[in-house]
Design a protein around this ligand. Sequence first.
Ligand SMILES: [Zn+2]
Length: 304
Amino acid sequence: MQRRHFLQHTGALALGLALPYRVQARTTLGFGPARIDMLSDGHLVLPLDFLGAGVPPEELDPILARHGLTGDVYEPPCNLVLLREADRTVLFDIGAGPDFMPTTGQLSDALDALGVRVEDITHLIITHAHPDHLWGLLDDFDEPLLPRAEIFMGRAEWDYWMDPDTVETIGAARQSFAVGAQRRLTEIEDQVQLFEDGAEILPGVQAVSTPGHTPGHMAFALQAGGQGLMVVGDALANPHLAFERPEWEAASDHIPDMAAATRLQLLDRITAEERLILGFHLPGGGIGRAERQGKSRYIFTTEV
Ligand SMILES: [Zn+2]
């Protein structure tokens, strides 16, 4: 164990000082013949009590405090994964677009900064249909942003959001999510290919069913040579509670007990297979690892 590791995992954590993911951040990764860039779509602004609702404060507060979360608001980043290789430019999730929050919808700027044009994107792969991941399907003029790309979405997720009953059954708090998803998905219906758990969507990109956050949420296992990654979407939606107390149920999940079981299974797989994580709402650009700290206990670190 290197000295730096030792300090991070014992001293720093115990004292509640520097967090491992603040040590080093990266937004670009070589991946076999491909290159991966994490694009920022901005960040969400949420009330802090969005986190850990229902958890006793004496258990919750020390964890949040250690991660610097003591105010009223929680501002998680939104990171999109861009994978480029020879003849393919693949985007995972498309961000919030112009109509969700003033602090999101910055995909175009992020693409500009890399010199990538929207027309260059050949494939879009969607983890789930929440606004911050999906509403960017339509641009400022309500036109499809990617009219020529192939779009992939898990069948269960598609069926849930396209079901006319969902608007009625989803509950008042998420009703606008359902209306917004259905409107956008209807616009791109002709471009969509639906897939099941385990499907090889593109060479080296395999669907991993990770339900709970939404009914049909999908993660994606990426393989290039000996290297493995996992695009986790919102199956691991924050760097603190989701890793340190994965079994705690979260109000942000549609099916909280299922989402908790999914987190435990996914973290176990990611660490057993030594995969890097590409996380939508994870800090430092979203590239990192899960380190096992004990039974069902992990930390997220951007030290890769
Ligand atoms: Zn999200």
